[in-house]
Design a protein around this ligand. Sequence first.
Ligand code: ME8
Length: 512
Amino acid sequence: MNKNFYITTPIYYPSAKPHMGHAYSSIVADFFARIKRIQGFNVFYLTGTDEHGQKIQRSAEKLGKDPLLFCDEISKTFRDLSDILNLSNTDFIRTTEKRHAKSVSNLWNILENKGEIYLSKYSGWYSVSDEAFYNEEEIEEKAGNKLSKVSGSPVEWVEEESYFFKLSKWQEPLLKFYSVNPKFILPETRKNEVISFVKSGLKDLSVSRKSFSWGIKVPSNKDHVIYVWLDALTNYISALNYPNENDKLFKQFWPADLHLIGKDILRFHAIYWPAFLLAADIKPPKRVYGHGWILSGEEKMSKSKGNILEPLEIIENYGLDPLRYYLIKEVSFGNDGNISKEKLESCINSDLANNYGNLCQRVISFCEKNTNLLVPQKDKFNEDDIKVLDKFLSNYDQLITFIDNQNINSYINFIVDQLFAANKYFNDQEPWKKKNDISRLNTILYVSLELIRKITIMLYPIIPETSLKVLKIFGINENEITFKSIKNNDFLKANTKIYKLEILFKKIINND
Ligand code: ME8
């Protein structure tokens, strides 16, 4: 079995500091990286910054800064965010690195040598903010401004000599590729949008610009810089040491298992990227998942609307794990979702403090009083015990399917159900009334500890810091966590020490 897993986030534009949307993509990617690792996969998790193009050049110019120095500064804030979000990324790539320029130039040369690229002239609409070309039908006029109907961004008219990639030639091969790989694009609704766009006809794509200089030069014609999306998409193979296709990393991890992106950039990943790769005889990635937007209230979070919730501020006030938990649980993955302080607080109180935190505290303090903080010796499990413990075994294959289909919400709903079941079990079994049946009392405690262990392992990819604290009480370290151990009902060994647990989540009491 192939036990390698390669997951990527988009590489973000360092034109402004990271916000909640960037944090969202990176946290969800981290969920997949961590869950795959505890399933025993070798995981390569890549993130980084996309530093070339007109948008960055203009942002730097506005501040009177050299583009590279400008990128150095903001790229660092994205790199720092990886630590702040507790991301387990393997690498962080910047498109201004040499390794990347080499990879892009090589891909360009292959495409040019194969006759997939030709020189002509572009005249049409361009959005600097999206770094995207739009057809006439995709443009609308509002209050005298020309805007892209696709993204709402302003567009400007561009007329210049340009190299073109023969995208039109790849229309049929792409449609065939989608039909042979029905799960290449997820979620399903987005896949249908892409397919109808491709069916409506693909025009050749302008892949170089002449009117500015901030980019990787076309190897055979230094007057042109390579289109920033051809440059940016290639990051996914640059990080694996492409063009050396015999490199260990490339062989081990390409094609990528999952490009996790926002729905705004699906066209680039699901159409252009596989077309470039097919044209260069490189395998396309296995899956592109376009998730929804994080909204503030009912509106898209954006600077101009002034409704940005800063991830750093939220983390400072509420902690990182509550934010990670909220984004993964409360946003229906694939759809738009919103975050507000009120909703976050109610989620912390109900799920984290009450349901999970309390269960851990109650059971551990019961052990403190009754078993001298040792794992008790269990007796034979009765029907109630088996029923609650076996849920993890009987649903195991289903859980793996949820993970492999990026069905995060079903995965976490299962955890929440088990948390309720574990709390109910502890209440119903009333161990405090079993003081003269020590053997039963011990068994109830043992089952409760096992439930905490199983649930905590499942929570680890979502709230890693807290989960590690809880697993520490059993002496389990991060590198010892295995997902399959949730099937085991007697993992904990009698008489081993249980360490005390600090309060995991404080309830938020609002007086206003
Ligand atoms: O597009 N909600 O970079 P970018 C959810 N450099 N996710 C959001 C979001 C929101 N409100 N806002 C941003 C680029 N994102 C290119 C990518 S990849 C080869 C090049 C996330 O800085 C989401 O993943 O504009 C989106 O696709 C990405 O950030 C766009 O980041």
